[in-house]
Write a protein that binds this ligand. Structure first.
Ligand code: HEM
Length: 212
């Protein structure tokens, strides 16, 4: 039979309650992930979109050339609609949400910019940009990933400057693509393992506190 000191019991209760809270929140958290890859002529474009269903925050990671403009367009099969365009001023990336108007007409940066730049790292000629955005921005021109939990296809287009231009000029025919799609899938959340800590904590703490 175990004899519990009051201090020990208090430590166990706090530990167990906090671990239970962690387990519950982990069980509710769901991260949905979609990826796309494209490119041509030795230039690669990679995209990863994560959506946290708890916070409704979208994290967009884009990898592309560090010396010329590149872009992804969402929910479209042609040069029209919501896009994210990265141009450059020297080594500094300039990221804009832009609504493409029609083939040959890229429009201009949206008046309401909703992306936050988290990081921009250059390695071996490629830039990795991490951006965040609320899933629903309230801006009618933004794509809000409304059906991300149902796993349907999202049509994507892409482009980069075939001539190596930092500023937005015609990409050239070989440096753009369409008929590409991505799907969101629920990503397993490793923090779920934390629920085993509930058992471990109960058995480890008691003998330690009982030592004379
Ligand atoms: C100054 C900027 C831009 C100009 C002048 C421009 C011009 C053009 C032109 C003339 C075409 C038809 C010829 C071709 O297929 O290459 C075209 C097609 C296309 N552009 Fe752009 N573009 C620009 C920016 C962009 C951006 C930022 C994207 C974003 C992804 C994009 C995506 C596309 C796509 C996907 C097509 C093929 C459309 C289709 O076949 O339905 N363009 N563009």
């Amino acid at each position: 039979m175990y004899l519990f000191s009051r201090r020990c019991l208090w430590v166990c209760l706090v530990a167990c309650i906090s671990m239970t809270a962690l387990s519950l929140s982990a069980a509710n958290a769901a991260i949905y992930k979609a990826t796309a890859s494209a490119g041509s002529g030795g230039i690669d474009l990679d995209l990863e979109v994560l959506i946290d269903s708890d916070t409704d925050e979208v994290t967009i990671t884009m990898v592309g050339p560090a010396d010329r403009w590149f872009s992804w367009g969402f929910d479209t099969n042609t040069m029209r609609g919501y896009s994210i365009i990265t141009t450059f001023s020297g080594a500094t990336p300039i990221i804009n949400e832009q609504t493409l108007v029609a083939i040959g007409n890229p429009g201009s940066p949206q008046s309401s910019q909703d992306l936050t730049e988290v990081s921009a790292d250059v390695n071996a000629g490629e830039i990795t940009l991490v951006l965040t955005r609320p899933r629903v921005t309230g801006d009618a021109e933004d794509f809000d990933f409304a059906d991300y939990q149902s796993g349907g296809d999202i049509d994507m287009v892409w482009a980069y400057s075939g001539s190596g231009s930092q500023t937005l000029v015609y990409h050239q025919a070989q440096a753009r693509g369409k008929n590409l799609s991505m799907q969101f899938r629920e990503n397993s959340v490793p923090v779920r393992k934390q629920s085993w800590g509930l058992l471990k904590l109960e058995f480890q703490e008691v003998p330690a506190e009982e030592a004379p």
